[in-house]
Design a protein around this ligand. Structure first.
Ligand code: CP
Length: 309
């Protein structure tokens, strides 16, 4: 088993067989994670560097845990407190890390395209842990895997992605992944947060949140990414919550039970209320749990190893 790509830069470059292979491998690693000893020695001769130029909680911890569960040696690098602040370039930083005999690099960067740039300059396999407003491939894989676990084969299923679509790498990677798996996708939110011509990616646009929720089997709710908004795109967070926030009253008014997802971090009371985030319909923590198995699968498949344990 191996992927058609050397790096995991984006979902755009994967084919359906790659995605299915990642899911099948994640199924096996999920079983390992249920055992008392949640670890295999598969990658004991591999060293992985997690280099994060942007903040992260889930992705970073999930990758580190996945690498350790596979028996790899792990080094962690954060831009804050590093020599990046002294003017070192991305390539110099990474080459210095690679000189310490690192085999694989997991990178998050605020610049869209940074992992592709790096892939053209170094030999190690690169996994994109989120680049600017472009892609977050492992998030989309764990999202689709979690949806499939909950509602079965995604072919023909209706998925709504709701919120700040404009600034979301999770939205773009989800759209690529869900399209490849045959799901039907609607993006919903205020007009100012939905890119013009997004229909060209094969999605529907719906500005009415109730209609968007009524249409779907699963709603993936996204956070407002204020750190990427350089001019006001809506009046206030309170107004956003009033018109686009998902609350229990809204869910109860639908004619069916839909599955609620969120990639995190959650802004409770803004895009989602606690009575929804913590409800039985929410699979938010299942997403986090599945993230470790998905990342183990990606790292394992990119490593070129043939034995899982
Ligand atoms: N979902 C996600 O990328 O979360 P973090 O920013 O905490 O990694």
């Amino acid at each position: 088993m191996s992927l058609s790509v050397k790096h995991l830069l984006g979902i755009k470059e994967l084919n359906v067989t790659d995605i299915e292979q990642i899911f099948q491998t994640a199924d096996k690693f999920k079983q390992v994670l249920q055992r008392q000893i949640k670890k295999v020695p598969t990658l004991r001769d591999i060293t992985v560097a997690n280099i994060f130029f942007e903040n992260s909680t889930r992705t970073r911890l999930s990758f580190e845990l996945a690498e350790k569960r596979l028996g790899a040696d792990v080094v962690n690098f954060s831009a804050s407190g590093s020599s990046v602040s002294k003017g070192e370039t991305l390539i110099d930083t990474v080459n210095n890390i690679l000189a310490m005999k690192v085999d694989m690099v997991v990178m998050r960067h605020s610049a869209s395209g940074a992992p592709w740039f790096l892939a053209n300059h170094i030999d190690a396999s690169i996994i994109n842990a989120g680049d600017g407003i472009n892609e977050h491939p492992t998030q989309a894989l764990l999202d689709a895997y979690s949806m499939r676990e909950k509602i079965g084969n995604l072919k023909g299923k209706h998925i709504t992605i709701l919120g700040d679509i404009m600034h979301s790498r999770v939205a773009l990677s989800n759209i690529y992944c869900l399209n490849k798996l045959g799901a039907k996708v609607t993006v919903a939110g205020p007009p100012t947060l939905i890119p013009k011509h997004i229909e060209s990616l094969g999605v529907r646009v719906e500005y009415n949140i109730k209609k968007a929720l009524e249409w779907c089997d699963v709603a993936n709710v996204l956070r407002i990414q204020l750190e990427r908004q350089h001019k006001p795109l809506f009046s206030t967070l309170r107004e956003y919550a009033l018109y686009y926030g998902v609350n229990k009253q809204m869910l109860d008014s639908l004619k069916k039970d839909i599955v609620i997802m969120h990639p995190g971090p959650i802004n409770r009371g803004v895009e989602i209320n606690s009575d929804v985030a913590d409800s039985k319909q929410s699979i938010i923590l299942d997403q986090v749990e599945n993230g470790v198995a998905i990342r183990m699968a990606v790292i394992y498949l990119l490593s070129g190893k043939r034995e899982m344990e």
